[in-house]
Ligand binder design. Structure first.
Ligand SMILES: [Zn+2]
Ligand SMILES: [Zn+2]
Length: 255
C-alpha cells in the first residue's frame, strides 16, 4: 500500500492510499487534485472518507463521487454532501481489501471522526482530519476542551509507530508555539531542525507518528509536570486536566 499526501489549497493535504490499482482518499476538498492523481497513477477510486463537515475537507466530494462512482463515508451527525454512509464509533469501512475502523473524536467539530487502518506488514495509519496536527491540535469550534482532551487521549493510545496523517501542513507554526511551552525539550529542538529543512525544500512534514507527537506535541503532554507548570504561569485558572488543557488551547488561540 502506498500512502501519498496530495497538496490542496494553501496548506491542506488530501491523503490517498492505493495498491497500484484502486485508491481511497480522505477529505477531498478539491476534486481536481484527486482526479489528476488518479489519472497520473492509473487508479480507480474506490472510496471517499470524510472526517468532518468543513468545506476544505468536503468541497470536492460530490464532483468526485459523480465522476468516479466511489462510495462516500462520513460522520454520523454532521451536515454532509449526500448521499453517503454515516459512521460512528466502532464502525468499519471495507476498501482496498482493508478494514478502516472509525473513532469518534469530537472537539474541532461536534461529530468529527478519524479512520485507523493497518495494511498487512506495514505500520498502522491514522487519518485524523483536523483533530491532531503535528505539534498542535484543531481549534475547538463546536466541541469542548473536555471532549478534545478525551479525543486526543484516544489517538495517543494508538501504537507509537502509527503514521499520523493530519489534514494540514501546520507543523512549522505549531512548533514555534510548542517551543514557547517547552523551551527545554530537546526532542522539540531536533524536530524543529528537521521540519525547517523539509519545508525549505517544500516537502511535507507528514505523516508524523504517535510516538513523535507524544514527545513533542504540547496538547498530548498536558499531564507532564513541566508543561503543567508552564501553563499555570500563563493562566492560574488551570487546575485539573481539563482546565489545564483548555488554558493551553486558549493560549495557542491568542498566540
Ligand atoms: Zn476543520
Ligand atoms: Zn481543515
Amino acid at each position: 500500500m502506498k500512502l501519498i499526501p496530495l497538496p490542496a489549497f494553501n496548506d491542506n493535504y488530501i491523503w490517498m492510499l492505493h495498491d497500484g490499482h484502486a485508491a481511497v482518499v480522505v477529505d477531498p476538498g478539491d476534486a481536481e487534485v484527486v482526479l489528476d492523481a488518479l489519472q497520473q497513477l492509473e487508479l480507480k477510486l474506490q472510496a471517499i472518507l470524510v472526517t468532518h463537515h468543513h468545506g476544505d475537507h468536503t468541497a470536492g466530494v460530490s464532483a468526485l463521487r459523480e465522476s468516479t462512482g466511489a462510495a462516500v463515508f462520513g460522520p454520523k451527525i454532521e451536515r454532509m454532501p449526500e448521499p453517503l454512509t454515516r459512521l460512528g464509533d466502532g464502525d468499519h469501512v471495507e476498501a482496498l481489501g482493508l478494514s478502516f475502523s472509525v473513532l469518534e473524536v469530537p472537539g474541532h467539530t461536534a461529530g468529527h471522526i478519524a479512520f485507523v487502518v493497518q495494511p498487512a506488514g506495514q505500520d498502522t495509519i491514522l487519518f485524523c482530519g483536523d483533530t491532531l496536527f503535528s505539534a498542535g491540535c484543531g481549534r475547538l469550534f463546536e466541541g469542548t476542551a473536555a471532549q478534545m482532551l478525551h479525543s486526543l487521549s484516544r489517538l495517543a493510545a494508538l501504537p507509537e509507530s502509527t503514521r499520523v496523517c493530519c489534514a494540514h501542513e501546520y507543523t512549522a507554526s505549531g512548533l514555534v508555539f510548542a517551543r514557547m511551552v517547552e523551551p527545554d525539550n530537546p526532542a522539540l529542538l531536533a524536530y524543529q531542525d528537521q521540519v525547517t529543512q523539509l519545508r525549505a525544500q517544500q516537502l511535507p512534514t507528514l505523516p508524523s507518528s504517535i510516538g513523535l507527537e507524544k514527545a513533542i506535541n504540547p496538547f498530548l503532554r498536558t499531564h507532564i509536570d513541566a508543561v503543567i507548570t508552564r501553563i499555570r504561569q500563563m493562566d492560574n485558572s488551570a487546575r485539573d486536566p481539563v482546565s489545564t488543557f483548555a488554558a493551553l488551547r486558549t493560549w495557542k488561540n491568542q498566540f
